[in-house]
Design a protein around this ligand. Structure first.
Ligand SMILES: Nc1ncnc2c1ncn2[C@@H]1O[C@H](COP(=O)(O)OP(=O)(O)OP(=O)(O)O)[C@@H](O)[C@H]1O
Ligand SMILES: [Mg+2]
Length: 278
């Protein structure tokens, strides 16, 4: 049994819009999973159901043996922390320290441990120099890290990041990758929604592809990014290196520069020495 189990899940918004239609999936402790798919595929709706922000219309979501319908989001937060797509939906304190300290304070953790935890997650999230600032005086890209750090401070078993790379420059993306590695090292599960295929290849062991209000495929990056029918159906592009590999007729399921370079070296070994065969 997976740590997270989603069984025949249906979700309809109050206006009758069906955003998820009979979806099934499982996620274990320590897994890094990317959820990809076009706008409106239901990705955010799905992850909001993992911490009980939304409850099933039909079917069930089980988190570590808990059925989300029986628990509040506050209770589920110890198991699943969700970083909102838009940080402004999440931030409500007037300085960064208090924002990050809020979750452990609410959980009744001792003051000195709270400080230790805030300083640690601030360091991992690149926020050490901003602790006294008002989040709304900071740029969007940094506010996103304030939202991330405040969820890291929960110390939940699962962390869900909803489009963390949106609006981030190269340094910001590197910090996000550091956060993901930090979590995986602690045997947390990381579930990330993203439209960035290169970022997906670099950081995730498993991909869940969503389209038509459902999961249409799952597998490793090498499997998914060479399934052209799935990519077309979900309106996704291959990562850049895979596109080049396909263009030049390489048959291996290449997804990154290392794979491309290895394939090139192997092919070169088979190229006849100059002069041979003339
Ligand atoms: N509050 C709401 N009320 C009604 N329909 C909604 C609501 N929020 C989202 N939807 C609809 O549900 C569907 C799934 O939306 P969702 O936000 O889960 O998609 P997404 O895959 O996260 O998209 P994106 O990549 O744009 O973030 C869409 O058709 C969307 O318009
Ligand atoms: Mg979304």
């Amino acid at each position: 049994m997976g740590y997270i189990e989603v069984n025949d899940l249906v979700f309809e918004y109050p206006n009758g819009n069906r955003a998820l239609d009979q979806i099934n999936l499982e996620i274990d402790r320590g897994e890094s999973v990317a959820i990809i798919g076009q706008n409106g595929a239901g990705k955010t709706t799905l992850v909001k159901m993992l911490n009980g922000l939304l409850k099933p219309s039909e079917g069930e979501v089980i988190i570590d043996h808990w059925n989300t319908k029986d628990y509040t989001t506050a209770k589920l937060a110890k198991k699943v922390g969700y970083v909102f797509q838009n940080p402004d939906d999440q931030i409500f304190h007037s300085n960064v320290y208090d924002e990050i300290a809020f979750a452990p304070k609410t959980a009744g953790i001792a003051e000195d441990l709270i400080e230790e935890r805030v300083l640690e997650v601030a360091r991992v999230s690149g926020l050490s120099e901003y602790l006294d600032d008002n989040p709304y005086d900071l740029p969007y890209s940094i506010r996103k890290f304030v939202a991330i750090a405040s969820i890291l401070a929960l110390d939940s078993d699962v962390v869900v990041l909803d489009e963390p790379t949106a609006g981030q420059d190269k340094r910001g993306i590197q910090v996000i990758e550091k956060v993901i590695n930090y979590l995986i090292d602690k045997n947390k599960s990381v579930i990330t929604i993203t439209h960035d295929m290169e970022f997906t290849v670099r950081n995730f062991d498993r991909i869940i592809v969503m389209a038509h209000k459902n999961k249409i495929a799952e597998g490793t990056p090498a499997e998914i990014f060479w399934k052209f029918d799935i990519l077309a159906d979900a309106k996704l592009m291959q990562p850049y290196t895979s596109r080049v590999a396909k263009e030049v007729g390489m048959e291996d399921k290449i997804i990154n520069i290392e794979g491309f370079s290895n394939a090139l070296k192997n092919e070169q070994l088979q190229i006849p020495e100059s002069g041979e065969g003339k």
